[in-house]
Design a protein around this ligand. Structure first.
Ligand code: NAD
Length: 480
């Protein structure tokens, strides 16, 4: 059985507890590896290693740090197929998706931040004739990085790359459900010659390893991506030490379709927004609102397209949707489908597990599910489901759809489809969401601010916003 061990101070080590968690392949339900079940003593060892590595790494010339990040990117790229197969086996997503999106994006995270930081400049300002102000940026210290299971390597590297390029060292804890590609990343970092202790990976549960990292007095910064409920613990546990916090949390994102939009272009994007990665993307457009004149056509065509998606073996390149991450998560998503029925919704397609060959029968699969007939304030339209379930609701007036789009506790992203650019701008400005797409979805530019409002998070990362978060800013004033 494969053992997935912590990567601390440049070497792979068994957890101090000697205990391991079962690591399950979501497509088969079988345990295929054991994951280190770390606790506070492993976290302490990792933080100590990161502290020892900090003085040398934070004073390594930026150009050298950038070269190192590019070497790590090269190392991932050289093993692209292995990374993609591993991510798919560990998470349940189609291997084609991991190969096209997740792993290339992890490579790009390293390349982007390696280059962006080298071109980042600050302005010096003359306060008056006798003084000069300028800004100095300092690495913060040991960064604590905690990531979820839906886009494992993609989101882990979105934190590691900016933390390292700005001169921090780090201790990262990926989700206990999907840590396998992080082990491969540790191997790549070792091979690239990253100095020992600069990046440490500690595996295990949030309760044992995650909370020890958040509560550690020598970790002054936490970047967390995950659920809103977990974030409340993180805020509480880090308050004692006034940590810098970035919280990227859940969403219940609205997808607004106006009758004047290009419907042929909109439909396939709406389908992707609903069901990419089994609907397990924080940005998924899970609440579709369609203007009345095109509602019936949209519902009919969208449901037919959803019904044609191929759900099954993640290894098959023809597969559109793989398995959900775990049995517990599949049960949660199924419970919302049952709730949709109880709340009076009509299920147009999906709603159950697909028929699959014997080897996949214990996997955690669900069909893409389309529901209509639910009020915007019912639970299914209010709570994050994080699976392949989408609601479609008609609207008559722009002010109503704006109110419904904003009428949840979340505020991560919103998508607007319209042929009227003036309306596109007007409705975008009216959205209470951090990321708004007009006539597209999930078109990402790593220079732009990423993050949510309300219960979707605190702070922004991306481009200069990441540089702000991963550094302390000093204003230096010189009188002359
Ligand atoms: P989760 O909150 O259960 O876990 C996220 C991470 O936090 C895991 O590594 C977990 O081990 C750790 N953790 C759990 N309890 C902890 C504690 N008390 N202290 C420290 N760490 C702890 O989330 P998940 O189920 O892995 O991910 C799904 C959620 O993530 C969804 O809500 C989704 O919307 C959100 N998400 C948000 C974004 C974004 O960028 N906004 C991106 C992806 C996922």
């Amino acid at each position: 059985m494969i053992e997935l061990n912590n990567f601390i101070d440049g070497t792979f080590r068994a957890p101090a507890t000697g205990r391991y968690l079962d690591n399950v392949n979501p497509a088969t339900g079988a345990v295929y590896a054991k994951l280190a079940a770390s606790d506070a003593s492993d976290v302490n060892a990792a933080v100590e290693a990161a502290k020892r590595a900090f003085p040398a790494w934070s004073t390594t010339p930026l150009a050298e740090r950038a070269k190192m990040l590019h070497r790590i990117a090269d190392g991932i790229e050289a093993r692209l197929d292995e990374f993609a197969a591993t991510e798919s086996m560990d998470q349940g997503k189609p291997v084609s998706l991991a190969r096209a999106i997740d792993i290339p994006r992890a490579v790009w995270n390293f390349r982007y931040f390696a280059d962006a930081m080298q071109h980042h400049t600050e302005q010096a300002t003359h306060m008056d004739a006798k003084a000069l102000n300028y800004v100095n940026r300092k690495a913060v210290g040991v960064a604590g990085l905690i990531s979820p299971w839906n886009l494992p390597l993609y989101l882990l590297t979105w934190k590691i790359a900016p933390a390292l390029i700005t001169g921090n060292t780090c201790v990262a804890k990926p989700s206990e459900m999907t840590s396998h590609t992080a082990v491969l990343l540790g191997e790549v970092m070792q091979a690239a010659g990253l100095p020992d202790g600069v990046c440490n990976l500690v595996f295990g549960t949030g309760v044992d390893a995650g909370s020890a990292l958040v509560g550690h007095p020598d970790v002054p910064l936490i970047s967390f991506t995950g659920g809103t409920a977990t974030a409340k613990h993180i805020m509480g546990d880090s308050a004692e030490h006034f940590k810098k916090l970035s919280l990227e949390l859940g969403g219940k994102n609205a997808f607004l379709v106006f009758a004047d939009c290009d419907l042929e272009a909109c439909l396939p994007v709406a389908l992707r927004a609903a069901f990419t990665n089994q609907g397990e993307v924080c940005l998924c457009g899970s609440r579709i609102f369609v203007e009345r004149p095109i509602f019936d056509e949209f519902l009919r065509r969208f449901s037919a397209m959803a019904g044609e998606l191929r759900v099954g073996d993640p290894k098959d390149p023809q597969t559109n949707m793989g398995a959900l991450v775990s049995a517990a998560h599949r049960d949660k998503v199924q419970s919302y489908i049952d709730l949709a029925r109880e709340e009076g919704g009509t299920i147009h397609t999906g709603g159950k597990a697909p028929e699959l060959p014997a080897e996949l029968q214990n996997g955690f699969f669900l069909e893409p599910t389309v529901v209509s007939g639910l009020a915007p304030d019912c639970r299914v339209q209010q709570e994050e489901i994080f699976g392949p379930v989408v609601t479609i609701t008609p609207f008559d007036r722009e002010e109503d759809v704006v109110a419904w789009a904003n009428g949840t506790r979340y505020g991560l992203s919103a998508t607007i489809w319209t042929g009227d650019l003036t309306r596109g701008h007007r409705v975008a400005h009216a959205m209470d969401a951090g990321i708004i797409w007009v006539n597209t979805w999930m078109l990402r530019d790593l220079r732009t601010p990423f993050g949510g409002m309300k219960a979707s998070g605190v702070g922004r990362e991306g481009g200069a916003h990441s540089i702000d978060f991963y550094t302390e800013v000093q204003n230096i004033c010189i009188q002359y």
